[in-house]
Each structure stands twice: as structure tokens, then as C-alpha cells.
Unconditional design. Sequence first.
Length: 159
Amino acid sequence: MISIEPTTRRSRPWERAARTLGFLCTLTHVDRMRTQIDFTFAPGGIMNGTTQPMAEITATELKQRLDNGDDIQIVDVREDNEVAIAKLPNSIHIPLAQVLNRMSEIDPARETVVHCKMGGRSARAIDALKRSGFTGNLLNLAGGITAWSNDVDPSVPKY
């Protein structure tokens, strides 16, 4: 629950970002000076009108491609506390909530694998990036870092 000033609610850039990341926003006017905003997670987001399936890569396919020397950048959209537990080597950490603001850190000329714990947040990040005009090739790591731990490197902790 967040209270905002009346001048902020006119432009509502936060609402567009929240919807893109998969949240429904409900405004409740508390009084003339305050508005209460409730954010509710909407699986797939309310802007999920995509008709094409999302491109994915398995953990074993990613490992093979990295071993072959393919130029792949890996973007981790998990939170700081999750990255402190387990991390894929050479990944760029951009939490989901910051992915649109930090889009310039992702090189569109390189193939990019986006991952989270299980694949849901990374799918939302890819959808948000594409809707914001990112032109690079984005792949979702199917099963996230959990699949990496299960199928590729059991030394990566599960949480």
C-alpha cells in the first residue's frame, strides 16, 4: 500500500511500469490529498496479449553453448538476497523491478538468456523488455537457476 500526492497520480508512470511487470493497480481515493494504490499480482500480466510462445533454452543447452564458446550474456532478474545464495557465472544482475530502467546495460547485439529462480519472473522481464522496444534476442532459462542446479551443477545451492 502506497500513498501518493495528487500531482503524482496525474501522470501515473508507475502504473504503466507495474502493469508491464504483471501487476494490477487499484486506486482508492482516501481524501483530497492522498490516494491509496493497491498492487495485485496478475499471472502473466494484464498486458499478456502475445500470441507467440516465449523462446526458451534449457539449462543443459545453455551449458553446452557456453562450453562451445558462444557469445551469450546472462541476465539475472532475481533479488539481491537470492543472488547472495546462488549465482550463475558471468551473469549481469538486474532485479526485475529495475529491468526497464537499466535496459541500456543489456547489449542487444548479443544473444541474451534471462533467468530467475524458476522461470516466471524472467518471462515477465522478457515480456516487459520486448514491449519497451528492446530489439535483441532474449531467451528464457526454462526452470531458472533451480534447473541449472538440478541438471548442470549440483553445487549451486537450492533455496
